[in-house]
Design a protein around this ligand. Sequence first.
Ligand code: PRP
Length: 211
Amino acid sequence: MRYITFALAKGRLAKKAMGLLEQIGITCEEMKDENSRKLIFVNEELKLKFFLAKASDVPTYVEYGAADIGVVGKDTILEEGRKLYEVMDLGIGKCRMCVAGPAEAKEYLLHHERIRVASKYPNIAKDYFYNKKHQTVEIIKLNGSVELAPIVGLSEVIVDIVETGTTLKENGLEVLEEICPLSARVVVNQVSMKMENERISRIIQELRKVI
Ligand code: PRP
């Protein structure tokens, strides 16, 4: 029997995702050691492998079949646009993708002005403004602390994840428009889905029972 490999997005989601896998009897003790620098973990009895990767790389590993199954946020799935099957919503890590900015920026949106939009998610931002709103904007790609952009005058608005809204509030910003709801999803490699259908379907079925 060959190994089924899981790629988990490291960070906030990983712990919760591992908790769900544990509930269906898929455990990997080694992985809980937070001090370890080890990248890949094996469960020999179940013939499973797990690795933690940067969230934005998870869809890449899954598309190429280096991982059969991935657990990653819908934000990353939308941004990366990889060829894979999204098979399940885990209902964890719930948040929203939003256009945010200072209250004054509402006007710019209303009048379809050619504003600057800063985001870690340039593809999502582009799709939203060009294809949904038919508004021409300038997208500026950032890598973190995106809320800074409108404060220091880099952009008029941002496209970013809002969970509790605390970051926006503490920086004098607010949600201006909601793009879509987000949560953690299970994704599967398209070939693995056919070749290992029985094992993968069983894992998904079990997961459905606990969420
Ligand atoms: C995310 C997101 C917001 C914040 C939203 O950032 O980009 O900044 O969380 O959460 P809140 O609505 O509960 O305040 P993250 O902490 O992942 O780091 P980053 O800013 O460096 O990207």
